[in-house]
Design a protein around this ligand. Structure first.
Ligand SMILES: Cc1cc2nc3c(=O)[nH]c(=O)nc-3n(C[C@H](O)[C@H](O)[C@H](O)COP(=O)(O)O)c2cc1C
Length: 209
């Protein structure tokens, strides 16, 4: 299990001015030639009002200057946490290229138009799945889920437009800090962290590995 990371270093001088521009560079490299399987998979950690954390993987579906977008059920455990406490941590575990990106920030729901535009790009089966699943609730059996799906596919056959479930939609995580971690030899890894300043600019600091 013990691997020596031989990767190139990460230098302050080569960083982009904005963390999302730096993210874009790394994301493209992670996606290039299948370097990382599902590079848009990220671990989202939330905490409830009592400070109890929980984590799960979701797929990042968009990113831009404003932050990172994922879609989920607004009644799920993560959504209940976010309703009480909007602070989140995101982690992109790009192990095959000895990199990780760690974000802290706040999550806000995307607008309904943005959610609807994305929902319409999903395959028909995934659209029905979003309706069929009361995500994070306890169910009695697999059959209950399959029956709900079957009923929905009779109501909305392939080709028929499926409405956006009212309790389903996106979150945009606006970053407050973004750390770029590059594995190096002898555990002397590079860690460069962008931190948001009050005036909207970004400070970069180096962390000890
Ligand atoms: C690779 C992968 C991608 C996933 N993508 C999503 C996603 O985009 N949205 C989502 O709600 N759940 C996604 N899930 C399922 C979540 O990990 C999780 O089970 C679900 O969102 C319920 O989480 P919660 O009960 O903590 O709210 C994904 C799971 C895996 C393993």
């Amino acid at each position: 299990m013990r691997k020596q990371y031989r990767a190139e270093g990460l230098d302050e001088g080569e960083l982009a001015g904005h963390p999302m521009a730096q993210f874009e560079r790394w994301f493209r490299q992670a996606a290039a030639e299948g370097a990382v399987f599902e590079p848009n998979a990220m671990v989202v950690s939330t905490a409830n009002a009592e400070g109890r954390p929980s984590s799960r993987t979701v797929l990042m579906k968009a990113y831009d200057e404003q932050g990172f977008v994922f879609y989920t059920n607004y009644d799920s455990r993560k959504a209940l946490d976010l309703a009480e406490n909007p602070y989140v941590s995101l982690l992109f575990p790009w192990h095959p290229i000895a990199r990780q990106v760690i974000v802290t920030g706040t999550a806000r729901r995307t607008g309904r138009d943005e959610t609807a535009a994305y929902f319409r790009t999903r395959p028909h089966g995934s659209q029905l799945g979003a309706w069929a699943s009361a995500q994070s609730s306890v169910i009695s059996s697999r059959a209950e889920l399959d029956t709900a799906y079957e009923e929905l596919s009779t109501r909305y056959p392939e080709g028929e437009q499926v409405p956006v479930p009212p309790n389903w939609g996106g979150y945009r995580v606006a970053p407050q800090s973004v750390e770029f971690w590059q594995g190096r030899r002898n555990r002397l890894h590079d860690r460069l962290r962008y931190v948001a300043e009050a005036d909207g600019s970004w400070r970069v600091e180096r962390l000890s590995p």
